[in-house]
Design a binder for this molecule. Structure first.
Ligand SMILES: [Zn+2]
Length: 317
């Protein structure tokens, strides 16, 4: 509590604390007590427990300490992986050696290329994930149906892999390339089911809907890869678009006019990104001069390198 806070502040603080406490109590009644086995597992221990399967050939660990810890853990809980544990002592960092950075970049990108030349576009929103299957640019007219069928089959596998890789959960809408042939549709669904069978997470898959979409759900376990590794873009706040430098320039002019009506400084200074300042110096210089004349005050410009395109400040000097 800040010094000199009033009684009303104190009362509202207490009421807030009480509410929080009641909420926590309620939550604690809902959550079953944790089992001891799962407490305090490190990230690498959880990887051993959750991700290592028969298809895993080796687990390379570049820290001796961690290697010893994991060996000990494996002896008690996952003895089958002991022969797969390897202490990596090479010069090159493990991530470089196996191109992990590149894989992560790919796993965060919207587009996933298929060998056949087609590709997936994966869009993750708050409510759901949509995956759009596309053919490559070149589709031979004679084998049109065949190409589409093959692309969809390949896509079914790629989708199952991407769902695991990105750990996408919740509602997922699949938009395969349209297929007239009912047998082809059934085969693509069967392929999808087959590919999803490797998934340790619970999934449900619908039939093709009237619009030709396949709806599926995948149980949310941990956060998705994108949620773990990324944050909302500070420039566009997740919209995926930013206002153009020109739009910002006009916004600044209007804001400056508003401020000139309210305040009476010696001078106004515009702080903005390089692109916006460049506009004021070149194509929009006339507008700036006109505004300066109108308000009868000098307007100076300053590039703020840390600012993103939509960011600006008007300083009263
Ligand atoms: Zn953005």
């Amino acid at each position: 509590m800040a010094e000199g806070a009033s009684d009303t502040d104190l009362a509202s603080d207490i009421s807030y604390l009480r509410k929080t406490w009641e909420h926590l109590l309620e939550q604690s009644r809902k959550v079953p007590p944790p089992s001891l086995l799962y407490q305090d597992l490190s990230l690498s221990q959880r990887v051993l427990r959750d991700f290592v399967g028969e298809e895993t050939t080796s687990i390379q660990i570049d820290s001796r300490e961690n290697f010893l810890k994991l060996s000990e853990f494996a002896e008690s809980y996952t003895p089958s992986v002991i022969p797969k544990l390897m202490h990596y002592t090479g010069e090159r960092p493990l991530f470089d050696l196996h191109g992990i950075e590149t894989e992560i970049e790919k796993a965060l990108g919207k587009r996933v290329d298929l060998k056949s030349g087609g590709y997936l576009v994966i869009e993750q929103t708050e409510a759901m994930t949509t995956i759009d299957v596309n053919t490559g640019s070149y589709v031979n007219g004679r084998n049109f149906d065949d190409t589409i069928f093959k692309t969809n089959l390949e896509a079914a596998h790629a989708i199952a892999r991407q769902l695991r890789l990105r750990n996408l959960g919740g509602i997922i809408i699949l938009d395969f390339i349209d297929m007239e042939n009912l047998e082809h549709r059934a085969a693509v669904l069967a392929e999808l089911h087959k590919a999803l069978a490797r998934d340790r997470t619970k999934v449900t898959v619908s039939d093709f809907s009237a619009l030709g979409l396949v709806e599926m759900t995948r149980k949310r376990t941990r956060e998705s890869l994108a949620h773990i590794l990324c944050e909302i873009c500070p420039a566009c706040h997740g919209k995926g678009q930013v206002k153009t430098a020109r739009t910002i320039a006009y916004e600044i002019l209007r804001e400056l006019l508003r401020e000139a009506k309210q305040f009476n400084p010696r001078e106004f200074r515009i702080l903005a990104s390089q692109l916006v300042i460049d506009l004021f110096l070149e194509e929009e210089s006339q507008h700036l001069t006109m505004l300066g004349d109108f308000i009868g005050k000098p307007i100076s410009l300053q590039v703020e390198n840390g600012f993103h395109q939509e960011q600006y400040d008007i300083i009263l000097m």
